[in-house]
Design a binder for this molecule. Structure first.
Ligand code: DAH
Length: 328
């Protein structure tokens, strides 16, 4: 009987079959149990030996069940490990990470340069008023210089700032010199849109005010920026021009090698000058001098990275965006 039980138990294919066998052998009406019941019918002198024999049988059967159970469990774990095996040598899936827009990259690069030079980075409102955008910057009400900055007016008489220069006025009004600040930000002009003009673009404005700040300091600041952007030895040029809020005023350019044509040429970047006495008067400053400069980021980004149509910077076309992932 033991041999028969062991053979069945050892060939049970799974836990369920084993459970059925357990009932068949050890259950209330199981074969081993039935055998135990026969003890009652034996003569007392036979009972002892038969009892020992049946108990040994029962123990052996129980032990076989336990062993088979453990073996089946181990096999199940092994099978699961096989099924869920991971090939750690397969190449990974690259997560779809976003990236900064080219203009944002250029902006960060510039503000990093100026932070290194000790400037504070501040921002101001895009919705401005006539006073900050024009009046306090020495544009009188009917002055023709206003015509160069076609303005979007709101119905309540305010305007979208046409340049970042109004932050000069706001910053000076709220702070005492000496200081060095740069103001990156969006500006707006009512322009006919074409490959080099958008109604919305970005500028970076710098303002440095203190005692005995000179044009040489301005030159040095512009040159430091040029060197940081385009490498050691980069040259800069100033050409006299007019902006109402500076005197003297100039246009500044950087001598560089055009990445597409390979030609060396002057890259006209922006305007600069010594802060006009009328601007200092408008914010109540006395006995200080200062310089300011400002320029457009789109133009700088376009010539540096070979973007020929400004509108490509605003279309949000991923084919364009991908080309400028992590360039600046
Ligand atoms: N705000 C001027 C513009 O948008 C640029 C400019 C010229 C800024 C001269 C300056 C400056 O700070 O000194 O055309």
């Amino acid at each position: 009987m033991l041999e028969e039980a062991l053979a069945e138990i050892r060939s049970a294919p799974d836990a369920r079959a084993l459970q059925l066998l357990r009932v068949a052998w050890l259950g209330r009406k199981g074969r081993v149990t039935e055998r135990l019941k026969t003890l009652g019918g034996l003569a007392p002198e036979e009972r002892r030996a038969a009892g020992a024999e049946i108990n040994a049988l029962k123990q052996a059967v129980e032990q076989a069940f336990d062993e088979r159970e453990r073996a089946l469990e181990a096999a199940a774990v092994q099978a699961q490990l096989e099924r869920e095996r991971v090939d750690v040598t397969l190449p990974g899936l690259r997560p779809a990470a976003g990236a900064h827009h080219l203009l944002t990259q250029v902006m960060h690069k510039l503000t990093d340069v100026f932070r290194t030079l000790g400037y504070e980075v501040v921002v101001g409102p895009e919705l401005e008023d006539d006073h900050h955008n024009f009046e306090a910057l020495n544009f009188p009400p009917e002055h023709p210089a206003r015509d160069t900055q076609d303005t979007f007016w709101t119905t309540d008489g305010r305007l979208l700032r046409t340049h970042t220069s109004p932050m000069q006025v706001r910053y000076m009004r709220d702070h005492r010199p000496p200081f060095k600040v740069v103001v990156p930000g969006k500006v707006f002009r009512n322009e006919a849109v074409d490959t080099t003009h958008e109604a919305q673009f970005h500028q970076l404005e710098a303002l440095v005010v203190g005692e005995r700040i000179t044009m040489a300091d301005m030159r040095g600041a512009i040159e430091a920026m040029a060197v940081a952007l385009f490498g050691p030895g980069t040259r800069t040029r100033l050409q006299p021009t007019f902006f109402p809020f500076v005197e003297p005023g100039a246009e500044f350019a950087i001598w560089w090698t055009h990445p597409k044509t390979g030609k060396e040429e002057w890259l006209e970047l922006g305007g600069c000058g010594m802060v006009h006495p009328n601007v200092f008067r408008a914010v109540g400053y006395e006995d200080v001098t200062g310089f300011a400069f400002g320029f457009g980021l789109e133009r700088m980004a376009m010539v540096t990275y070979g973007v020929s149509d400004i509108r490509d910077l605003y279309r949000g076309d991923v084919r364009v965006l991908r080309q400028f992932r992590g360039v600046a």
